[in-house]
Design a protein around this ligand. Structure first.
Ligand SMILES: Nc1nc2c(ncn2[C@@H]2O[C@H](COP(=O)(O)OP(=O)(O)OP(=O)(O)O)[C@@H](O)[C@H]2O)c(=O)[nH]1
Ligand SMILES: [Mg+2]
Length: 375
């Protein structure tokens, strides 16, 4: 068994992070579970209930389009682990933003997948139903599409369309993400037309594009009805162009959601910003960074388990064990002189410091489940 430990003091690297960090010193009970909250506790659900508004938003889309990055940026806290690889999110996690009298509850969902992808990436069977659970609690569906990916951007994935059809009674809007990565923004208007079946028209101002509610049209060419595979959705209420990475377009989207929120009591106290427990966030953060640091399919076959979690004098002490299928994989994770494990630990520690707004002492240990164990 090998391990590398690192104790980090609070390093607030830039002003952006400064804004997003809150001090965490308490866990709040929500539905019988602990949830991360800011300190000190501000007003919770109270005598102003009558004026409260909420909106529950399910964020769906294929893997890697930026769903988790989007939620982190909108709620201004790192509550959803992210990575450059697909299938980072495995569970439906909630990000909560309370602003004025309105509470926006975002459901982060695992990327929609087919059965063969579930097998390929060694995903849990429950994975596929996790987003359905999120949608069942949602008032509105946000469909996220990677506008920078020229291979996939022109079509909505069949699993996305299936979901939109199954929940057609819910309003939905399209979010074209990663616009910062586009060399030319010209493609965007065509993309909107294609993905919405030309049912939306540009507003003169702003990035929001409003619906004209044109009815769906059959594709008829010279009297022949083409049995074209469906790749678009005619019932989006709006389209937003955003960069979840830079924050471009997110304020406008947030204002829109506040506008359409329903008069209803808040689900969470004002100081809660996720329903995920610190323990789950720690394990998922380790898993996300393993995806970033290890090649190909290898990280998908690792199992991460929390060994220890405690908060003492404003320091989070925690330890995670990574179970590797073989000692060869264990050696790969550790790298020469444990160099790679050290890098991974430093990276996760910095994620957790940002997440919790507290000093974090993290240990990551590895164990090979078969074959000769490393010393
Ligand atoms: N350039 C750019 N990259 C982005 C943007 N949003 C997200 N990314 C990157 O896209 C990658 C995937 O982001 P995630 O937020 O993990 O994507 P996801 O949709 O949650 O992925 P899964 O959980 O695997 O379904 C990461 O490397 C992000 O940094 C964006 O607006 N612009
Ligand atoms: Mg994700």
């Amino acid at each position: 068994m090998r391990f590398y430990w690192l104790t980090s003091s609070l390093k607030l690297l830039n002003s952006n992070k400064l804004r997003s960090v809150r001090s965490l010193s308490a866990s709040t009970q929500i539905n019988g579970e602990k949830a991360l909250s800011t300190e000190p506790p501000p007003d919770t659900v109270n005598n102003e209930d009558a004026q409260q508004k909420t909106l529950h938003i399910a964020v769906i889309g294929v893997p890697n389009v930026g769903k988790s990055t989007f939620i982190n940026n909108v709620v201004n806290h790192r509550v959803c682990p992210t990575s450059a690889k697909v299938h980072t999110t495995r569970k439906a996690t909630t990000g909560v933003l309370t602003t004025g009298q309105t509470q926006l509850v975002f459901y982060d969902t695992p990327g929609l997948v087919t059965q063969s992808e579930i097998r390929k990436h060694n995903l849990e069977q429950s994975f596929k139903s996790a987003y359905r659970h999120a949608i069942q609690h949602a008032d509105i569906i946000a469909v996220m599409q990677d506008a920078s990916n020229s291979w996939t951007r022109k079509e909505l994935h069949p699993t996305v369309l299936d979901t939109l059809k199954a929940y057609a009674h819910l309003p939905s809007f399209l979010v074209l993400n990663k616009i910062d990565a586009l060399k030319s923004k010209r493609v965007l208007l065509d993309l909107i037309k294609t993905l919405t079946n030309d049912t939306l028209q540009s507003r003169r101002h702003g990035r929001k594009v409003a619906s004209t509610q044109k009815s769906e049209e059959a594709h008829v060419v010279e009297g022949t009805l083409l049995s074209k595979r469906e790749t678009n959705w005619s019932h989006f209420n709006d389209v937003f162009l955003v960069s979840s990475l830079t924050g471009n377009g997110l304020h406008e989207l947030q204002d829109y959601l506040v506008d359409v929120a329903k008069p209803r009591r808040w689900t969470y106290p004002a100081n809660v910003y996720t329903d995920a427990t610190p323990e789950v966030l720690i394990v998922e953060s380790v898993r996300a960074r393993l995806l970033d640091y290890l090649p190909q399919e290898i990280p998908y076959n690792l199992k991460c388990e929390l060994e220890y979690y405690n908060v003492e004098k404003h320091v989070v002490y925690t330890s995670v064990q990574v179970q590797c299928p073989t000692s060869r994989v264990e050696r790969l994770i550790c790298g020469e002189s444990n160099g790679r494990l050290r890098q991974i630990t430093e990276r996760v520690t910095s994620d957790l410091v940002e997440m919790f707004g507290q000093a974090v002492s993290l240990t990551i240990s590895t164990i090979a489940m078969s074959g000769k164990k490393s010393a």
